[in-house]
Structures are given as C-alpha cells and as structure tokens.
Design a protein around this ligand. Structure first.
Ligand SMILES: Cc1ncc(COP(=O)(O)O)c(C=O)c1O
Length: 380
C-alpha cells in the first residue's frame, strides 16, 4: 500500500506523547484534571435534545436528507440571522446546513484550494485550516501571526493572493474578541480582493460574555462566507450541526462538494437546530443557554485570576469570550509536561501553530471546584 502524498504530508499528532503520558498516569490511578479538551461538560440545552427526540418521529426522519439542508430549516436560519444580526439572507441559495462547522470549513476548501495555490489563516489557529484546508488539497499554507501586541488580530495584507483566508473571532485558542472596526476592515479587504474567498469561522460567536455580542461579517460585506455552529452555543458538540451563510456562488460550490461526499445532516438534527434557534429573542439566547454561557464566563474569570499567581506564568490575556484562557510561559511544552505531573492537563500553544510557541491554553470545560483544585495544584 502507498499512502497518498497529501496524507503523508499531514503533520504528526503533536499531542500523542502527552496523551500517552496521561494514560500512563491514569492507569496508575492519578486523578487528572482535564483543562485540555474543548468539549462542553455542561448538558445540552434541553430544547435541542427534546426537539431532536420529537423530530425522530417525523415521517421523513429516516430518509436521506439533502446536501444543502432542509428548505424550512434554512428559512428558520435566515429568520435567526435577521433577529440576531439584522441581516437579510436568502434561504434558497445563501445558506448551506453542515455537519458541524468543521465539516463545512474543510469541504469548502476542496472547492477552492488546489496545488499551486495557497491558503492563509491565523496562527495560532484551529488546525483544520492548515491541515484539511491546505495540505489535504495539495495547497500551500501561509500563517498570519496573532501577536499580543496587535490584540491577536492579523495583518490582512499578508494574505494577498490567497485562495482562501480563514479568520476566526472570537478566537480559538487566544480567546480574543475582534472589535467592530476589525470586521469593517475585513469587509473592505474582502471587497478589494475578490479573488480571495474570505471565511469567518464564527463557531464561538455566541459564547461571548459582553454586550453587544460580536457582529456578523455579513453586516459589512456580501463578499464573505461565515460558519456558525450549534456545538458551543448549546453544548451539543456531539450532535454535529451548523451552517454556512454567504455568497450564493460559494454556497453552490460547497453544496456541490457535499453532494459527492455526504448526503447532508440528518433531518431530525437539522430541525432540532432550527427549533433551538427559534428560542432566541432577537440577540438574546434562551435563558438556559444564557445560564451555561454565564457559567463558562465565571469559570474563565476564576482561572484567569488564578493563573496570575502561578509560578512560571509570565502573562495572562483575559478575554470576555470562548471557554479558553491563554497565557504566556517561557517554554509551553515543558510547562504542560510539568503541569501534568501535578495532575493538570493543558494544551501547549505550539499545537496551534508556530506563533503559539511560548503560550498555553486552558479550557474551562470542567466544574469550578475542579478548576480551583487545578489552580491549587499548579501553585504548589
Ligand atoms: C475555531 C473552531 N472552529 C470550528 C470548530 C468546529 O466545531 P464544530 O464542528 O463542532 O462546529 C471548532 C471546534 O473546536 C473550533 O475551535
């Protein structure tokens, strides 16, 4: 057997050795507090779960869905976009339902990236942009460094000539929120660079703890595509549901790829998403989702304060969004290894790209008591 070059080119899984060490410690009975994994521990918002169960009885629930998504679900997504962002989107050709945003972000690249072209994305960043976006399509990758002195915002001019520019705010892993002026700058850049497809990954858009919540890039330009996801918004990462919204020709290209690769998200999950979006009151999520967002905010404050007193932590970068705390140390890998010996799992920043070296990410997807215990362990 000969593996394809694009698979051989995928980088080795950096965390494999850390995971092996964690398993070894767990086997010895060591209690590890996991601040590494970005997977909500809080239960699904009940509307989504109840609605999913309800729609399992729909007469067509067992049948193939369509790759672009159920037309009525798309209409309800358009209604949510109107209430949340005040934008008018045509549900017929400007929305595509995806199986989580990861699938859409990756499949979109198949339609635009190819050998000889390059993809630009923020670094540190969600690894899908470089791996599924560039490497799996034989394209090159240009990293746009996110530096603390620039508020973790990229210099867009460094993306000139890219086929795709992936942006992600609120940001994983830095937690940074972009000011409205940045969304406007992105819009102008997208209008001035029509050969580059500008993608805003808005997976954490609703996990923002300040008012007003982040805008949509589509408020400022029609020449962008944006990805939204129910995963973090409603604690349903396992349900795999989200959507892409933007230019009709881009939605058509994404749908064309999806018709060859998948048959769309199960229709009962799509309808559960639509029902959940309908529980928004304008910009405000339903109270149950709000309570879980408040809990993440409280946990984030707790860890961001606690980290300031931990030996070896040089700087903490607090932010009012996402469930990530981002902080500077002298050597991220050594810090993370040392933390694991004390029973705390963290993620070294270099796992998100070269500009992540020297930083560490802590995800607050465990209870406040456990986070407090993790702080005590790291202080000792
Ligand atoms: C920045 C970012 N984008 C997209 C995703 C994918 O989320 P999902 O596929 O669950 O919508 C994640 C998941 O962690 C993420 O961190």
């Amino acid at each position: 057997m000969i593996l394809a070059e694009r698979i051989r080119n995928l980088p080795p899984y950096l965390f494999a050795s850390l995971e092996a060490k964690a398993s070894e410690l767990r086997a010895k009975g060591v209690d590890l507090i996991d601040l590494g994994i970005a997977d909500p521990d809080l239960p699904p918002v009940s509307t989504v779960k109840n609605s999913l169960i309800h729609h399992l009885d729909d007469p067509d629930a067992h049948q193939y869905p369509t790759s672009q998504g159920d037309p009525e679900v798309r209409r309800q997504i358009a209604a949510w976009l109107r209430g949340r962002f005040g934008i008018e989107i045509n549900p017929v050709n400007e929305i595509c339902v995806t199986m989580g945003s990861k699938e859409g972000l990756a499949n979109l690249a198949r339609a635009f990236a190819e050998p000889g072209s390059f993809i630009a994305a923020t670094d540190p960043g969600y690894p899908v942009y470089a791996n599924a976006g560039a490497i799996l399509n034989g394209a090159d990758f240009h990293a746009l460094p996110l530096l603390p002195e620039n508020g973790f915002l990229p210099d867009l001019n460094q993306a000139s000539g890219a086929r795709i520019l992936y942006l992600n705010y609120p940001n994983n892993p830095t937690g940074a929120i972009a000011p409205e002026s940045f969304y406007r700058e992105v819009a102008v850049w997208a209008d001035d660079n029509p050969d580059t497809l500008v993608v805003m990954d808005a997976a954490y858009c609703e996990l923002s703890f300040q008012s007003p919540k982040p805008p949509s890039t589509l408020q400022f330009s029609k020449n962008v595509i944006e990805f939204h996801s129910l995963s973090k918004m409603m604690n349903v990462t396992g349900y795999r549901i989200g959507f892409a919204v933007g230019k009709a020709d881009v939605i058509a290209a994404l749908t064309k790829v999806k018709t060859q690769l998948d048959s769309g998200a199960p229709v009962f999950i799509q309808r559960a998403m639509a029902d959940a979006l309908a529980t928004y009151d304008g910009q405000n999520p339903p109270p149950e989702a709000q309570r879980s967002h408040d809990e993440y905010a409280a946990r984030k404050n707790l860890i961001e304060d606690g980290l300031k007193h931990i030996p070896g932590v040089l700087q903490v970068y607090p932010s009012p969004a996402t469930f990530f705390a981002w902080f500077r140390v002298s050597d991220d890998l050594a810090f993370v290894e040392h933390a694991m010996e004390k029973g705390v799992i963290l993620t070294p920043g270099r796992g998100f790209g070269k500009a992540g070296e020297g930083f560490v990410r802590a995800a607050v997807t465990t209870s406040r008591d456990r986070i407090q215990l993790a702080i005590e362990r790291l202080k000792s």
